[in-house]
Every structure is written in structure tokens, then in C-alpha cells.
Design a protein around this ligand. Sequence first.
Ligand SMILES: C[S@@+](CC[C@H](N)C(=O)[O-])C[C@H]1O[C@@H](n2cnc3c(N)ncnc32)[C@H](O)[C@@H]1O
Length: 190
Amino acid sequence: MEKQFQFENFAKLESDERKKMIPAKMILDKLNIKPNDRILDFGAGIGYFSIPALEYLGKDGKLIALDISSNMLDELKSRLDNNIDTIDFIVSDGSKIEIDDNKIDKIFIAFVYHEIDNRTALINEFMKVLNSDGEVFLLDWHLVESPFGPPLDHRIDKNIVIQEFTNLGFELVNSELINDFQYFLKFKIK
Ligand SMILES: C[S@@+](CC[C@H](N)C(=O)[O-])C[C@H]1O[C@@H](n2cnc3c(N)ncnc32)[C@H](O)[C@@H]1O
């Protein structure tokens, strides 16, 4: 809870600085989203990535926006047209993800992993909901001082993240530095 990004600060998630530093579509293009994909945006916040991701999906695709904060998801909903049915919402802390097993093609988790208390439980849940070709795309903050972002002692070195996923049945496919402060990792099931 203490590490959790607070709803009151949601405007930071769509600030002009952020749009410049990490354009949503520049990241989403790396996901190779197919029109029929079922994507879980874990810790979706107000939908900085979820909303543009909908443009990649066809009528049979689905994006599930999950967040621990119903306030965040309400903000996200307020940014959508009422008639969009390619998006569903789940309020959860990730200890149990209420999605049938093997149903998800891609999990996207951006700037959330360092806020999670029980990361082992979360990775195990990811393993359950993903299908056998499933992929995880994880963005987070480097363990270096930066003029913005979470405190240094909340951040997780990317090698630790890689170790945690590979210990629990995933394989690293790609590791990139998005900029001086943020990394991008792609995993698939071994
Ligand atoms: C820094 S924000 C990032 C939001 C979004 N991914 C983005 O990049 O714009 C972190 C989000 O993770 C959510 N969060 C934190 N802990 C969580 C948990 N255990 N389960 C689900 N969501 C969580 C917060 O409520 C917040 O919306």
C-alpha cells in the first residue's frame, strides 16, 4: 500500500512530459497486437496505455483493464465512449485474477511491478491466465536516481525482475532500455 501510486496523482499519468518521454504508441507497437488478441493491462491506471491499445483490436479482440483502485478505473471509463465493448474491467490486487485459465494472449504491466507486495503470487497468476503462447511485457523504472518517478528504494533492478520471472517458468525474449530511466522486458512461457 505504501508503495502504491495514489489516485490523487493521476494527472501525472497523462502529463505532457510523460507523453514526450514515453509515447504510448511507441510502446504498444512493440507488442505486435493482433486484432483478436485478449490483452490484460495489469495496473491499467487511467488507461494511458489501455485506451490507445483499443485501436489495435478488432471487434473480436478484448482488453481487460485491471487495477487495485476502482477510482483509477472510473477515471479510465470516463475517457471512453459508452458503446465500446472491447474493454472489460476488473478490480483486483493481483493475488487472484478472476479470469479463466489460459485465456490471455498478452499481459502488459507498466510501472506497476515495483508496487507489488507478493510478486511470486502475481507471476504465478500470470502463468495461469496466459495461454501456452502467452507473453508478458513489463515496463519499469531503472534503479538509478532520476528527477521524477518513484523513490529509489521502491525500484527493482531489471536483473532481479528477469530472475523472478525465469525462476517461475518464463523465458526472457527481449530486454531494452526505453530511455535513461525506464526499461522494457518481454517474456514468454518456457
Ligand atoms: C504508476 S501507475 C501506472 C498506471 C499505468 N500502467 C500507466 O503506466 O499509466 C500504477 C498503477 O498500478 C496500480 N496498482 C498498484 N498496486 C497494484 C496491485 N497490487 N494490483 C493491481 N493494481 C495495482 C495503481 O493503482 C496504479 O493505477
